[in-house]
Design a protein around this ligand. Structure first.
Ligand code: PLP
Length: 383
């Protein structure tokens, strides 16, 4: 903006090094404590983290696991969803949302999303239900995704699920820390799943995930599933499960990060509001429902000529990302699954227009001004 001498500093899309600097040696000390007690599998930090996550989200039970994908997979396994069953999912999401449905032998049925929030369009759910029945499979569940960190339209989704006796799974992989009518992500849905992949708002230093529920029986099944379907012990196998545990070292890392997470969520929101103020009228900025708060896992704008804009930003040293370039119903692995008969045009159009800008709690105002200037220039509003 004003010839600030930092213009050649590389810009991070997500700056985990800044977070590490903020945490100081607390993470290393936490990891060291695990090295000393040596309980690497389901050690005390895992139970401690589960209790703290449950308190944070306001749910009775949290079962941590090896990834967000395993969280979704274990939820479906725990519910007994499999061959002959259908699960309605948005097509504009990360592959894992539909992948787990196919992995358990059930049929993902793709529904379109809303053009402004990019979350599943509740008005398209009846057509998806119809498509499932038409394909000869029994609708059992809906997986709603809280894309970019904003909860889906849960009022209407919950009502739909109640009417048709469908199980509601919240894919909260991107939204831990967000709210819908004051309820935290994790406490929304019959079960909610999140991811601690490093780039998620609450990330560890590897893979990790968690499942949230108020249902004690379900929580018990989930705990069994993550240790090979164990009964009284690991060598008593009462169901088919998997090795789905979160490492103790990752739990120790997450406990330290959770301690500053509330401040980071607030900082993310400040960064996002600043982007919105500067970019409104330049590009289509994200819209947040009055019922919702978002955790800004991504700050995603929509633009015409997205690829040209991304290339111009790259030339200006501004990293961007496209989530997602191809909707799942157009992916080779998923083309043969049913889709809601009223089309998936919104998702197809979004896939050509979305562009995510650098977003993290430590994005300073000078760097953000450079990004904003570059966006103005890239879309032809530069001065
Ligand atoms: C990241 C993500 C997942 C999967 O989480 P992993 O921890 O990477 O397995 C699932 N769904 C959505 C929407 C995601 O963004």
């Amino acid at each position: 903006m004003s010839g600030v001498p930092t213009t050649t500093e590389p810009i991070a899309f997500i700056d985990l090094a800044a977070q590490q600097a903020r945490l100081g040696d607390r993470v290393e000390a936490a990891i060291h404590r695990v090295l000393e007690h040596g309980r690497f599998i389901l050690g005390p930090e895992v139970a401690d983290l589960e209790a703290q996550l449950a308190a944070y989200a306001g749910v009775r039970h949290v079962v941590t696991c090896a990834s967000g994908t395993d969280a979704l997979l274990m939820a479906l396994l725990a519910r007994g969803i499999g061959s002959g069953d259908a699960v309605i999912v948005p097509t504009f999401t990360f592959a894992a949302t539909a992948e787990v449905v196919a992995l358990v032998g059930a049929t993902p049925v793709f529904a379109d999303v809303l053009a402004d929030t990019c979350n599943i369009d509740p008005a398209k759910l009846p057509a998806a239900l119809h498509a499932a029945r038409g394909a000869g499979v029994t609708p059992r569940a809906v997986i709603a995704v809280d894309l970019y960190g904003q909860p889906a339209e849960y009022d209407e989704i919950e009502a739909f699920c109640a009417e048709y006796d469908l199980w509601l799974v919240a894919d909260a992989a991107q939204s831990f820390g967000a709210t819908w009518r004051g309820r935290k992500a994790g406490a929304i849905g019959d079960v909610a799943c999140t991811s601690f992949f490093p780039a998620k708002p609450l990330g560890c230093y590897g893979d990790g995930g968690a499942i949230f529920t108020d249902d004690e029986e379900l929580a018990g099944v989930l705990r069994s599933l993550r240790v090979h379907g164990q009964g009284a012990n690991k060598y008593d196998n009462v169901r088919v499960g998997l090795n789905g545990r979160l490492d103790t070292i990752q739990a120790a890392v997450l406990l330290e990060k959770l301690a500053i997470f509330g401040e980071e969520v607030a900082a993310r929101d400040r960064v996002a509001q600043r982007y919105i103020n500067a970019l409104t009228g330049i590009v289509d900025v994200p819209s947040v429902r009055t019922e919702a708060t978002t955790v800004w896992a991504q700050f995603t704008v929509t633009v015409d000529d997205r690829d040209e804009v991304a290339a111009a930003l790259d030339d200006a040293g501004v990293p961007t990302a496209v989530y997602y370039p191809v909707p799942l119903h157009q992916q080779p692995a998923y083309v043969s699954y049913p889709t809601a008969s009223d089309g998936l045009a919104v998702s197809e159009r979004l896939a050509t227009r979305v562009l995510s800008l650098p977003m993290h709690p430590y994005l300073d105002t000078d760097t953000q001004d450079r990004i904003v200037d570059a966006v103005r220039g890239a879309v032809g509003h530069g001065g």
